[in-house]
Write a protein that binds this ligand. Structure first.
Ligand SMILES: NC(=O)C1=CN([C@@H]2O[C@H](COP(=O)(O)OP(=O)(O)OC[C@H]3O[C@@H](n4cnc5c(N)ncnc54)[C@H](OP(=O)(O)O)[C@@H]3O)[C@@H](O)[C@H]2O)C=CC1
Ligand SMILES: C[C@H]1O[C@H](OP(=O)(O)OP(=O)(O)OC[C@H]2O[C@@H](n3cnc4c(=O)[nH]c(N)nc43)[C@H](O)[C@@H]2O)[C@@H](O)[C@@H](O)C1=O
Length: 325
């Protein structure tokens, strides 16, 4: 045991050795499954995958034993307690405790058992509620957080800081990417605990099937959100593993924002629901706007490819084939 101190910024290639052992934590989720698809397309043959029931990442000694036995060369950390505005607001203890436990165990064991490079995923909700728009990376910790997700955001900020601290103290190659709101195959379509896009897709689909006249949508419809297809995010993750090795976290967004009302109309059109929208203003709007400034990533050479309309069509096709009863 002794860490991977000599590997920070060593310049060794992620893409070169397709037999390198890569632990994708959270491989059954929206993000983890997209990363696995991408790595398999690229020809990687030695992915180390554990479901939650096989390895509970909140259990420190189990995580240590896993790293001691497997000794992966690379780690992509896409396991987390994740949910939409209602789940974040209702289960604050779970969102702060589980996320702190998972990321602390994985980051520390990865360093101790010689992992060469680790990528941590945060979220655009790390930024202050009233951050300047588009939000640059240096807006972090400049103002109060959005109350509906501050517990999750505090855990994610701790994850960024932990990667930075290990880089500074141990010269270890830990990097952080901050994705905007994501969607795509293997999303969580739970009626209450999911994010807005899968929630509306399911609600419109069920209303279409039942011939309902109305669908309820939460809040005022005025908040603005930026959406990125998860296959674009997986592409960016591989790009960062290959190209980026530095202290600062990097935003990963599409650069395009829509209001929740516009999103609801678009999902309605893609699903083919012909009734009306009813706005439930008793539900929280959350942060009014969170468009990230992803120009640093663009300057490094990465840009998204999938438009929101194409991504919605693709996701609805997946939903109909895989989820709906
Ligand atoms: N979805 C989004 O819009 C965004 C996501 N992100 C970030 O991307 C990452 C992945 O999110 P996403 O894919 O959406 O989330 P999902 O909920 O789809 O997937 C999370 C994964 O983590 C696993 N997991 C959760 N708890 C544990 C645990 N205790 N031990 C082992 N595995 C566990 C889950 O396993 P199981 O299913 O078996 O429980 C699941 O595979 C997170 O860090 C999230 O913050 C960032 C911005 C936006
Ligand atoms: C990615 C990011 O996502 C979360 O933040 P959020 O962007 O506020 O998440 P959301 O997708 O749940 O909501 C977006 C907007 O949409 C509205 N809205 C309408 N109707 C439904 C609806 O049916 N479900 C949901 N969930 N929202 C709805 C809702 O009221 C809100 O105005 C963080 O908690 C955190 O998880 C995080 O990191």
């Amino acid at each position: 045991m002794g860490g991977a101190a000599d590997n920070a910024s060593s310049g060794s290639s992620f893409l070169f050795d397709k037999s390198a052992k890569i632990f994708v934590a959270g491989h059954r989720g929206l993000v983890g499954s997209a990363i696995v698809r991408k790595l398999q397309q690229l020809g990687f043959t030695n992915l180390i995958l554990r479901s939650h029931s096989e390895l509970d990442l909140t259990r420190q000694s189990d995580v240590e034993s896993f790293f001691a036995n497997e000794k992966p060369r690379f780690v992509i950390l896409a396991a987390a307690k994740v949910g939409g505005i209602h789940a974040n607001n209702t289960y604050p203890a779970d969102f702060i405790a589980i996320n702190l436990q998972i990321q602390t165990n994985v980051i520390d064991s990865a360093y101790r058992y010689g992992v060469e490079k680790l990528l941590f995923l945060g979220s655009s909700c790390i930024y202050p509620k009233f951050a300047p728009q588009p939000i640059p990376e240096d807006a972090l910790l400049t103002g109060p957080l959005e109350p509906t997700n501050e517990w999750y955001a505090v855990a994610k900020i701790a994850g960024i800081k932990m990667c930075q601290a290990y880089r500074i103290q141990y010269k270890w190659d830990a990097i952080s990417g901050m994705p905007t709101n994501l969607y795509g195959p293997n999303d969580n379509f739970h009626p209450e605990n999911s994010h807005v896009l899968p929630a509306l897709m399911r609600r419109f689909h069920e209303a279409k099937v039942k011939g309902a006249k109305e669908v309820v949508v939460w809040g005022s419809g005025s908040p603005l959100r930026e959406f990125l297809h998860v296959d674009d995010l997986a592409d960016a993750v591989v790009f960062l593993m290959e190209e980026y090795s530095d202290l600062g976290h990097l935003n990963v967004g599409s650069g395009k924002e829509v209001s929740i009302k516009e999103l609801a109309e678009l999902v309605k059109e893609v699903v083919g629901f012909e009734g009306d929208l009813v706005w439930d203003k008793s539900k929280p709007d959350g942060t009014p706007r969170k468009l990230m400034d992803s120009s640093k990533l663009a300057e490094l050479g990465w840009n998204p490819k999938i438009s929101l309309k194409d991504g919605l069509v693709d996701t609805y096709k997946w939903y109909v084939q895989n989820v709906q009863q």
